[in-house]
Design a protein around this ligand. Structure first.
Ligand SMILES: Nc1ncnc2c1ncn2[C@@H]1O[C@H](COP(=O)(O)OP(=O)(O)OP(=O)(O)O)[C@@H](O)[C@H]1O
Ligand SMILES: [Mg+2]
Length: 505
């Protein structure tokens, strides 16, 4: 739908944001947001998208420049001022109180908007009905899967109708059915004249949900175009500038892999966490040179399956065999020495943030038994580091700086470098490209494909369906602690996957 009227509902002018450590996140950004328009914001990791959103939302202050809302210059002193003025933001990481029920969360938020508990809950029920959301108002938020939590967030944000809605990567951890539901809501709000700022890394969403799209690069606006006409290639090129966009790897159909025995075998595995049976009899096999994808809506037992395989969570029943050896009761370090590597979903867990790149690499080598103390051959570690940093294109100023100073993409590449250096035989990778931009995502995909062709057995657990379908030789779908289907990627239709993953919407 075209913008109604020519005056923007919201605008930013010459925004500059320099963080205390000197990072220039925004370098003179001016943009208009029209009522009744979905304005998509794209850009590589670190381009400044979230910084822009947080300034509009009153969470942080610009170094200079202004925000103009309903024709007036505003400077919100905190999100609540923005919220009361009609601006709402939905984060990728939800801001619900986990220990509270859904109803309590909604009542709490409503009270800050001047609604009584009854009014807030009535409004929430009305919205849930309008959008066809089944929301368990009496359930504890921490017990709910991501997709349902997001619906609660949406309802919360809409309790009192907003004029501006900001969504920062709202689709990265939810199922296709949840994405459908979200898009229905967004279209409904657009009809009502709400201005929507939609931040994403998924280029395919641009044409589906967007009216206009703005591409940012390094704190500046590169271009704003009509969303329906922009092609994925064109947008990718605008995002990365002069650099070449890496190719997506092509995974040839599994060939010889089938003839060799399993590198990792899980039989009838049961895992209980906090009294709840999260994994209910899972069996699977990953062979050398094979990627087995496991997908599902977050919270259906994938985390517990992974943690049991790497030895972080105890097993309640069943068996785990690694390279022919029963490791069901073995501690984590024994599994690592045998040739297992783990790339956790949270980047913060994969590297020791306070340590530098060299120390992190040495730690990985020590863990796998490839390096012995107490006297570490730092020269050898440095040589390995240089080799992989070059191979993977990690950008870092110094091998001696703590890794927390690296961007998300570079941290992920370094984590993969550490795994390559260790030469494991089995890799368990969780959401390896979550939150990474398109160029870095493709590099990570190529690295995984390369590891596979070197004969590594890879268990790829990811909530990104495109990723799983593209990289895996076989795809398993998890729901309620069970594997409900294992097939080759092309044997699934998207509708079928959605059904298997989510159950009813
Ligand atoms: N609190 C902070 N202190 C210092 N630097 C920061 C802070 N927050 C963000 N930055 C830096 O500012 C730049 C822009 O970050 P921002 O989070 O806005 O990017 P983004 O486009 O949202 O990236 P992504 O796609 O990874 O979410 C980055 O270089 C980032 O490292
Ligand atoms: Mg961001």
């Amino acid at each position: 739908m075209a913008a109604s009227g020519s005056q923007p509902l919201l605008a930013v002018r010459d925004l500059v944001k320099v963080y205390p450590d000197g990072t220039v996140a925004l370098n003179g950004v001016s943009l208009d947001f029209m009522a009744g328009e979905v304005h998509v914001l794209l850009g590589e990791n670190g381009a400044g998208k979230t910084t822009l959103a947080r300034i509009i939302y009153g969470e942080i202050r610009p170094t200079s420049g202004e925000v103009i809302y309903e024709g007036r210059r505003v400077l919100f002193r905190g999100p609540w001022e923005a919220i009361r003025a009609g601006i709402r933001m939905i984060y990728q990481h939800f801001s619900l109180v986990g220990g509270f029920t859904v109803a309590d969360n909604i009542a709490l938020y409503g009270s800050r908007l001047g609604l009584s508990r009854r009014e807030a809950l009535e409004a929430a029920r009305r919205l849930a009905e309008e959008y066809g959301f089944r929301i368990p108002f009496d359930a504890r938020v921490s017990d709910l899967p991501a997709g349902i939590q997001q619906r609660v967030e949406i309802v919360k944000a809409l309790l009192v109708e907003p004029r501006v809605l900001i969504l920062d990567e709202p689709t990265s951890l939810v199922s296709p059915l949840d994405v459908e539901a979200l898009f229905r809501v967004i279209r409904g709000l657009r009809e009502k004249g709400v201005a929507i700022l939609y931040i994403t890394h998924k280029l395919r969403e641009v044409g589906v949900i967007g009216d206009r799209v703005t591409v940012m690069r390094r704190g500046r606006v590169v271009a704003t175009l009509p969303a329906k006409k922009a092609t994925v290639d064109q947008l990718a090129r605008l995002m990365i500038g002069e650099r070449r966009l890496p190719e997506e790897p092509r995974i040839a159909a599994a060939g010889a892999a089938g003839e060799r025995g399993a590198a990792l075998r899980v039989e009838n595995l049961r895992v209980v966490r906090e009294g709840f049976e999260a994994v209910r009899g899972v069996s699977l096999e990953v062979r050398p040179g094979e990627i087995l994808g496991v997908t599902g809506v977050a919270g259906n037992g994938q985390d517990e399956l992974v943690e049991a395989i790497v030895g972080v969570l105890p097993v309640a029943g069943g068996r785990i065999t690694l390279l022919g050896r029963d490791v069901t009761r073995e501690p984590t370090w024994v599994r690592y020495r045998l040739g297992l590597a783990y790339l956790p979903g949270s980047r913060k867990l994969s590297l020791v943030q306070e340590m530098n790149a060299l120390e992190n690499l040495a730690l990985g080598l020590l863990g796998a038994g490839k390096l012995r103390g107490p006297f570490i051959d730092w020269g050898w570690v440095a040589k390995l580091l240089v080799k992989y940093v070059e191979e993977l294109g990690v950008v870092m100023h110094s091998p001696y700086a703590p890794v927390k100073h690296l961007s998300g993409g570079n941290q992920q590449k370094l984590a993969l470098a550490r795994i390559l250096a260790v030469e494991p035989r089995v890799l368990v990778a969780v959401d390896p490209t979550h939150g990474l931009d398109i160029a870095t995502t493709r590099i990570v995909h190529s690295i995984l494909a390369e590891m596979r062709s070197r004969g590594m057995a890879i268990l790829l657990v990811s909530s990104d369906l495109d990723e799983v379908l593209q990289l895996s030789d076989r795809v398993a779908v998890m729901n309620s602690g069970r594997i409900v289907s294992i097939k080759k990627p092309h044997e699934y239709t998207l509708e079928e996957l959605g059904r298997l993953m989510g159950g009813a919407a």
